[in-house]
Write a protein that binds this ligand. Structure first.
Ligand code: PMV
Length: 320
């Protein structure tokens, strides 16, 4: 049996979530410690065109035609059929597994899409460019997120730190001095679409205040970019704290998030903020010169259900 594989990393938004939906810039980086993985196995002698989807992490094991037409995975596979010119394919089984926590601000939906697209392209034997992978994944992000900015599919497809702004060319972020961050999971699952919709309805009623907050987040993003690109890391923590306070003003923080950020700061970390949609999900911590293990222990005592440590660096400089 022929098998074809695809995978994609998780991601964190370092600075600028939510405001990025309104056209402001944001900084994001891949998290290669957790991945989404797909294998497509062809079943010789089976029913031509039949596709079975196995995604045990989300309880799916069925013929894709038995999924709702609006199901993101069904839509993705149908879009791929269209994209590659409806090739006649043997029966196949698509298996998806993700180590990326679901609905937790780490881009699990986009990573699964990218992993499926890569495996599918290998199966049909047609090379696919990264911008095409990212656009196909973006279409599916619309089902998951409603009005996605496009940051998740971009950083996950390109798998490098980026400065992202809607409708602008992607700007790679040149990390002058690699730095560590800790990612800690509150254990609270939150659908991105709901949080983004809440911000949108508040923005409609308080446009002036919200635009001011977005613009201050945008300033923090540019300052953080400067720090990262010049290696002036001593300001990163303060900028994270500022971004967190601005996210609190948007109403996307939560007591669980603030319990973790407070524990990290109390343990000596330089800065901490929620990452992704918020109201649950993960927080990121810049430990600075504080002891990582000690911070992790304090995060665990404050309720973190999982912690991941990663280094923000340029892919070509990565040693881990
Ligand atoms: O929670 P995640 O990983 O889906 O990230 C969402 C980031 C937002 O800025 C809130 C939405 C978006 O589309 O950019």
């Amino acid at each position: 049996m022929n098998a074809f594989y695809g995978n994609a990393p998780g991601k964190v938004i370092l600075f600028g979530e939510h405001s990025v939906v309104y056209g402001y810039p944001a900084l994001a980086a891949p998290v290669t410690q957790v991945n989404a993985m797909t294998s497509i196995t062809q079943i010789p002698g089976g029913t031509s065109g039949k596709i079975t989807l196995e995604a045990p992490d989300i309880g799916i094991h069925e013929d894709i035609l038995d999924l709702e037409p609006s199901n993101p995975l069904r839509r993705l596979i149908e879009n791929l059929g269209e994209f590659f010119g409806k090739p006649v394919l043997p029966e196949m089984k698509i298996h998806i597994h993700s180590e990326i926590p679901l609905s937790a601000g780490m881009g699990s939906g986009a990573a699964i899409s990218v992993a499926v697209i890569r495996a599918y392209a290998k199966m049909v034997g047609i090379p696919i460019a990264r911008n095409e992978i990212s656009s196909l994944a973006f279409e599916i992000e619309k089902i998951y997120h409603g009005t996605p900015s496009g940051i998740d599919n971009t950083v996950i497809t390109y798998a490098k730190p980026v400065l992202y702004q809607r409708s602008q060319p992607i700007i790679p972020l040149r990390v002058q001095t690699p730095f560590r961050i800790i990612i800690a999971d509150t254990g609270i699952k939150k659908e991105t679409a709901g949080v983004v919709a809440q911000v949108h309805s508040l923005w409609l009623t308080e446009k002036k205040r919200f635009e001011e907050v977005f613009s201050r987040i945008g300033e923090a993003v540019y300052q953080a970019r400067h720090c990262i690109e010049t290696g002036s890391l001593n300001e990163i923590g303060q900028l994270m704290n500022r971004n967190q306070h601005l996210l609190e003003e948007l109403g996307v923080s939560s007591p669980e998030i603030e319990r973790l950020t407070a524990a990290a700061l109390d343990a000596g970390a330089d800065g901490a903020k929620l990452c992704g949609a918020g109201q649950g999900g993960n927080v990121i911590i810049y430990p600075g010169s504080a002891d990582e293990e000690y911070i992790i222990n304090r995060l665990r005592s404050a309720g973190a259900v999982q912690t991941i440590c990663t280094t923000i660096s340029n892919p070509e400089d990565q040693v881990e």
